[in-house]
Design a protein around this ligand. Sequence first.
Ligand SMILES: NC(=O)c1ccc[n+]([C@@H]2O[C@H](COP(=O)([O-])OP(=O)(O)OC[C@H]3O[C@@H](n4cnc5c(N)ncnc54)[C@H](O)[C@@H]3O)[C@@H](O)[C@H]2O)c1
Ligand SMILES: N[C@@H](CCC=O)C(=O)O
Length: 540
Amino acid sequence: MSTPQLASFKIPAIENEPMKSYAPGSAERQALAAAITQMEQELPFEVPCIVNGVEIKTGSLAKQPMPHDHARHLCTYHEADEATVAQAIDGALAAKAEWESMPWNDRAASFSRRRILSLIAATILGQGKNTWQAEIDAAAELTDFFRFGVKFVEELYAQQPAKNSSGSWNRTEYRALEGFVLAVSPFNFTAIGGNLPGTPALVGNVVVWKPSPMATYSNYLVYRILAEAGVPPGVIQFVPGKPAEIVGQAINHPSFAALHFTGSTFVFKKLWKDIAMNLDKYKGYPRIVGETGGKNFHIVHKSAEVRNAVLQTVRGAFEYQGQKCSALSRLYVSSSVWNGGFKDQLLAEVAKIRVGVPTDWSNFMGPVIGWPAYEKILGYIQKAKDAGGEVLAGGTGDRSKGYFIQPTVILSKDPKSVTMVEEIFGPVVTVFVFEDADFEKTLDLIDNTTEYALTGAIFSTDRKALITATNRLRNAAGNVYYNEKCTGAVVGQQPFGGARASGTNDKAGSVSIFYRFVSARSIKENFVSVEDFGYPSNLL
Ligand SMILES: NC(=O)c1ccc[n+]([C@@H]2O[C@H](COP(=O)([O-])OP(=O)(O)OC[C@H]3O[C@@H](n4cnc5c(N)ncnc54)[C@H](O)[C@@H]3O)[C@@H](O)[C@H]2O)c1
Ligand SMILES: N[C@@H](CCC=O)C(=O)O
């Protein structure tokens, strides 16, 4: 028997989750310190796959090391094998009918969660974020994704045909996709881990979720939080393990209906091609949603307020060790500003940055995520040097205990040198100084230098310069900031995503993304019987 829905419910008013400051002596600092200590005492945790709400221990074990202390690991996890993935897909498809037909308010209730302290601690220890970065991610952004998601779906469902001809009623129904959604999430945001399965599930889809090996424990806690909040068994299947195998098996399945991916451009393009090659296997045309890499810029006009531009640059480039898709990595500065104090202030501020374990409150930067990232980032610094780049700050690393790289500033005379073009995903910013008179030429350069188009910021007190830059850079970034760093988009405030090689720009944190995970059905009901098949125009 279907469940009656006896009212049109309104969701409670929502605001962005207030962020806690963790100031010295505050209750939240004390509580978080205790949660971290407890987690450190209890680790390593054992993480199973979870299929149909049941823990599966395959026995094929992998570790998630802690990037600040690589000899120790936060968890050991069971890698999903072929049988487990098959069971996850079958189980999700079996859970689909009940979930998609559940009254919307009941589905929504499972996503109206509150912050969880252990998730912040897991993000600090497992992904190397300092407290503030973990707070904006695992507490604020995750909560916002879910709560605003509920509001966006309410808005989506309210979109109904504008007109009804006399004697009829038109309705639009937002069906879940036919089949299952595959969510493949990155290491760098616990919130994105939750959002990738959460968004499709909110609109009634069932999801097979493969988390990043480097964020397994925090993502497992997200799964548990959702399950405890009421997401039924089978609706989200948690299958950590070998990426290529698990993802390959899922996209080979005839019921594969959508990919919800965030990660590198390289992997996304590969998956898109694999899906295209499988097209004849599928029942429909799979939806492909992917937010990927960036090569984000700041341009500092001669009219810029220098102090603000410097400090925003430091945060944009070095927060979370530059491991945000939105991180600043190419900086264009007008020569009068560069020589008139920007350079000196930038280097003085960078020299103040403390790099070290994320559990030490005074560290602004922590470790990069792992050994391959460490090698890759230092490799890019070497390539920049080989190409004649001048390392003004940093350039070195220490991997004896954790993967630490100093904040690095490179000055390049060649605006198309390798570190101006390719995504590094680490604490490295390359500067190009342009003549004041070449502002417009530099805008074209920004537009043409990389394949990416994710975020950018314009620093100027001259409105005309802001307008010119905004127009000339129309397709160079999906998120643009004036006099503010190019990172830190907030759900419900700056819908996030870029175009070109940076992704499908479906705007996480807005109603737009939900359209990608529904397949609308138009229903027309007629209340007036016809009396003859002929038309008045047929009458003689
Ligand atoms: N645009 C955005 O919103 C956004 C947000 C966060 C991160 N990112 C991007 O993500 C990247 C960093 O994250 P990452 O290192 O986790 O990315 P990644 O591409 O290495 O991994 C992303 C996911 O894909 C999986 N994967 C890796 N190789 C695979 C393969 N061959 N087949 C199938 N799946 C595979 C990984 O296990 C992970 O779950 C950066 O490029 C960054 O710019 C983008
Ligand atoms: N919300 C983030 C984007 C996440 C990318 O990794 C920001 O804008 O900093």
